[in-house]
Structures are given as C-alpha cells and as structure tokens.
Ligand binder design. Sequence first.
Ligand code: SF4
Length: 338
Amino acid sequence: MKDDVRALAAEFKAFLSSREEDDLTPAACHQAAAHVSAAAQGHEGQLAGRQAAAPRSDDNHGAASQPQDHLTIEFVRAGKHPFHTVSAASVPTAAPAASQPHAAPAVSAAQTQEKAASQDALTPQSTDTMQDKQAALNQIAEEIKACRRCPLGQTRLNAVPGEGNPSAELMFIGEGPGFDEDHKGRPFIGRAGQLLDKMIAAMGLKREQVFIGNIAKCHPMVNPADPEARGNDRAPNAGEIAVCRKYIERQIAVISPKYIVALGGVAAKALISDTKSLGALRGKFHLLHLDTVELKTPVKIIATYHPAALLRNPGWKKDAWADLQMVMAEMGLKRPQA
Ligand code: SF4
C-alpha cells in the first residue's frame, strides 16, 4: 500500500513539474488531482477525456463551476488522497488572481512541490481536520470491536479502543484493559484510571484534552474462563501485542501527537522497541518506533510507571511526577495553582 501511495505521490510531483510555474493555479491542481485519481484506478482513458474537458488554467470560474470529479472525491473519502487541499471540493470560487488587486503573490513551482511533498499521505489514516480524524478513529474503533484476531477477543466482555481528543498533542498509552475497562468498554476508568486522571490534572490538562488508550484492546486475563473475577488481570503477552499493535499504531498515525507517555514497562518496551527495563527507559525522551505505519512527523515518547503500579508502590509517585514534569516542560505546561 505504501509503495502504491508513494508511486502516486511521485506521479503527482512529476505532473506538477511538467507545468509552467504560472500555470500552477487551483484549476491546474484540480486537474492534477483528477490525473492521480484516474491513474490510481487505472482509468487513463477517462483521464484523457477529463483533461480535454478540464477548465483552462486561466479560467478559475470554469473550475469552480465544474461538477465534482467523482474519482477524486472517492479517493478523498478513502483517505488516500495526498493533497486534500486541492481536491475538487476545495477548489475556491474566487475570481482569477490576475483580476484581484490585492491578490497574494504566486506560489513558485518549487514551493508547491515542497508543500505537496510535505502533505504526502503515506498512510491511509493520514487526515487533516478534527472531523476527519474523529471519523478515522471511529472507523478503527469499529474494526477493534469486531476483531477476533487473537484469543483475547474470545473472552473479552467489551473491546476497549481508547478515547479522547482526536487531535491531542499528548497520548497516554498503557498495556491493556483491566476488569473495569472490560466491563464498560472504556480505558482507565477503575482505581488506576482515577489516579491517571489526577496525574493529568496535575499537568494542567483535562482528560478530554488528551487521548488515552492501550496497546492491547481486549482484557488479558489470568483465568479467561472467569471475566467476572477481580484480580484476574495480567499483561498482554508478546504474541497478543504483535497481533494487536496495528490498532494503536493506526490511532497514533491519525492523532499525530507530539508526545506520548507510555504507562508501564510493557507499553514502554513495545513502543520504544527496546527490551531494557522500565527503570532504564525512564527519565529521558525516546523516539517513537512503529512497526505497521509511517509517521509524518517524529513523536517523542517518555516512559513512566503504570498508575496501577503507583497504587501498589506509592513511593514511586515522585519519580512518575518527575517524568511528567519533563513532558510539561516540553509542552510549556504549568501545574495549576492549588
Ligand atoms: S486484543 Fe486486539 S487483536 Fe486481540 S481480539 Fe482484541 S482487538 Fe483483536
């Protein structure tokens, strides 16, 4: 899939390169969008016809009045479009730039190509707006709820996709749901979740401002035959993580946070791709490593104790607070006044 998208992005760049600088108008970009869409679906014959009927680059009124290119729109809906801002739906209705006395200076071909490169959507989950992101997260959540790819799916009461701000700058990621989460289908809502809420509040944030999830989306149990038993939680094993991690990776790609706090050693090792102990991973930022998707921008990740571990070992709270303060310093957050 990535190779296909890269090939399409390269084709788009080549198409732009073939245009004169003063020809890179919205109409021309619309034409480029149609070109890539048609190429993606093997409709080069349709493309030739569409190019013949496409508005001239000096006729933006014509571009605005053209019916929407259904191939382009389908491509956008599929989340594969590498240049949302030049889709048919976004072609402006303004008069030609030459007729506007205060028109912005023309964008150079190099700038346009650079922008196109930066907007390359290398993953199907890459999205631009809050609404797009929420829709993409909803889609992933539906897939998780239907998933039975590992044994945890056979014994869970509810899958727990995760929840929060689809454009969060900060994500908290744990290892897997426990008893309370399994019963409600929401992450971090038991005692450990209440402590996490306090940790988030101490950072000057609200739970709704961040995204909270787990690497494994279904409840790992010591005794899978008894989901009603308390004290039946365990960490997901390596096989379960390997099968399930594609979901959290897609969620990260959609949300595109700047920072992640990995809660506990299991989550930290999986996301940092390092087998060192939590003690060795704590206290510094790492670069996030994903297996199944490519990030558009690097994400910094810090490891700290899982809130459940802090409930068992309150003496570790000061170390966890030190980790969170490192994130706060990076994000420019201040602890609220008591
Ligand atoms: S834990 Fe993940 S892979 Fe396993 S069934 Fe649940 S959603 Fe699917």
